[in-house]
Design a protein around this ligand. Structure first.
Ligand SMILES: Cc1ncc(COP(=O)(O)O)c(C=O)c1O
Length: 449
């Protein structure tokens, strides 16, 4: 381990990581993985409770995905999508359209979640420019507080997490923000018992006042991930769709984190019968194997980009590795696994099992809220359960719990003091139980519950 870490600490700069802390602490070097288990270079095994940052779906070294990628290596590793196409990109686009919410008919590939949202924002903007007339004034965006859509400048502009985003404000375009449906810590100070969905009222007022200048609203359906696994009440998403239609604003559904089964359905939008104008996909699209993203759009949007060269209606955006064949082959195999192994049907008892575990946490003194959506769980730790008062930041309670869990053989990452439960969908009941017991014991150990 030491021979790797010495070089890691000498040469690497890790994402979303305070490198001073990183360099001063012991770290884990992963050597291999199988199913939901990761093994470090010293041979210690861990449950991958974070799905390798919310992307692993069917487990590591999945036989079908491994074989598909190997087969594709023997055909071709990369070929461009600019002015050329290839077999796997075509096959995957057809499959994605086949499972996407109704009305989405076109697939634009890229390589990461941030790119998929950046592309949707640019497409929405350009769409209204092509519509012409009064519509050219529709140049602005609506997002939610606590939103996270990636780290490129456009995606950060519609990001609502001050800790990550505020330093960059001078670089960003300004967006409108409506209050997040964060019921545990309602930004409007309401509580669940007396809530009259005032947050939606604020959204509607914003849309009504500014519809003439708003191109699109971007939203993470059902769960705002990086904002703290904030889960919207039932009906919220459908209402957002209704308001977007009413005020002639395009709807961008960012399912980068929740797509591909995480919520218990293939896409989160399905829970409320919502058909967005754009659907952003990444992470789980390849089962967590290779970088690939897709922005799905409607034919109405696509048609507005058609024209003669002199019309300048082309969408001038693309990346070198866009639609990479190895990644597309992994994605196709991942979709086969969903179908052949009835992953979503088999997931339902596991979702119920996770609910049972979360119930136990609700009795702990330092658990303010324990929430769940499908195979995502979030345990919000607080200093005082009655008032919801947070722990002081310097106590780093969430980090402490995750370090304790690591010692006990589980890899998870907190969001502040919210402990995130996000295992691969393939996790066995035995390892799900083990994971939840480790988290329980770690919370008790660190919080003294
Ligand atoms: C909802 C959402 N959108 C976009 C992204 C950005 O994806 P990527 O890290 O692949 O750029 C993330 C990443 O966590 C996400 O959760």
């Amino acid at each position: 381990m030491a021979k790797y870490l010495e070089r890691d600490k000498k040469y690497l700069w890790h994402p979303f990581t305070q490198m001073k802390d990183w360099m001063g602490a012991p770290q884990v070097v992963i050597a291999e993985g199988r199913g939901e288990i990761l093994t470090d270079v010293a041979g210690k095994k861990y449950i991958d409770g974070v799905s390798s940052l919310w992307c692993n779906v069917h487990g590591h070294r999945n036989k079908k995905i491994d074989a598909a990628v190997k087969r594709q290596i023997d055909a071709i590793a990369h070929s461009t999508m600019l002015g050329l196409t290839h077999v796997k990109a075509i096959e995957l686009a057809e499959r994605l359209i086949g499972i996407a919410p109704r009305g989405l008919t076109r697939v634009f590939y890229s390589d990461s979640g941030a790119e998929s949202t950046e592309i949707a924002l640019k497409m929405a903007f350009q769409y209204w420019q092509h519509r012409g007339g009064e519509h050219v004034k529709k140049t602005r965006f609506v997002a939610l507080t606590n939103a996270y859509h990636g780290d490129t400048i456009g995606a950060v502009s519609v990001g609502g997490i001050d800790l990550f985003h505020s330093i960059f404000r001078p670089l960003l375009f300004s967006a409108y923000f409506a209050p997040a449906p964060y019921c545990y810590r309602c930004p409007l100070g309401k509580d669940r018992a007396t809530c009259k969905r005032e947050c939606l009222k604020e959204l509607e007022e914003l849309l009504e006042a500014h519809a003439a200048e708003i191109a699109a609203m971007i939203i993470e359906p059902l769960v705002q991930g990086a904002g703290g696994m904030i889960m919207a009440p039932r009906g919220y998403l459908a209402e957002v769709r209704r308001l977007c239609t009413k005020y002639n604003v395009l709807m961008i559904a960012d399912e980068v984190a929740m797509g591909f089964g995480r919520t218990g359905r293939m896409f989160a939008c399905e829970h409320e019968g919502v058909a967005p104008d754009f659907l952003c996909l990444a992470k789980g699209i390849t089962g967590g194997y290779l970088p690939l993203a897709a922005t799905l759009a409607t034919e109405e949007v696509f048609d507005r980009f058609l024209g003669a060269p002199g019309d300048h209606k082309t969408f001038f955006h693309g990346h070198t590795y866009t639609g990479n064949p190895l990644a597309c082959a992994a994605a196709l195999a991942g979709l086969d696994v969903f179908e052949e192994e009835k992953v979503l049907e088999n997931l339902q008892p596991k979702i119920a099992r996770l609910s049972g575990h979360l119930e136990r946490f609700r009795g702990l003194d330092n658990v303010g809220d324990a929430r769940q959506c499908g195979m995502v769980g979030a345990i919000e730790l607080v200093a005082d359960r009655e008032s919801g008062e947070r722990f002081p930041e310097e106590k780093q309670v969430g980090v402490g719990v995750c370090l304790e869990a690591r010692r006990r053989g589980l890899l998870i990452r907190p969001l502040g003091d919210t402990i995130v439960i996000f295992p691969p969908l393939c996790i066995s009941n035995e390892n799900l139980d083990k994971m939840m017991n480790i988290i329980y014991d770690s919370v008790c150990e660190v919080c003294g519950d």
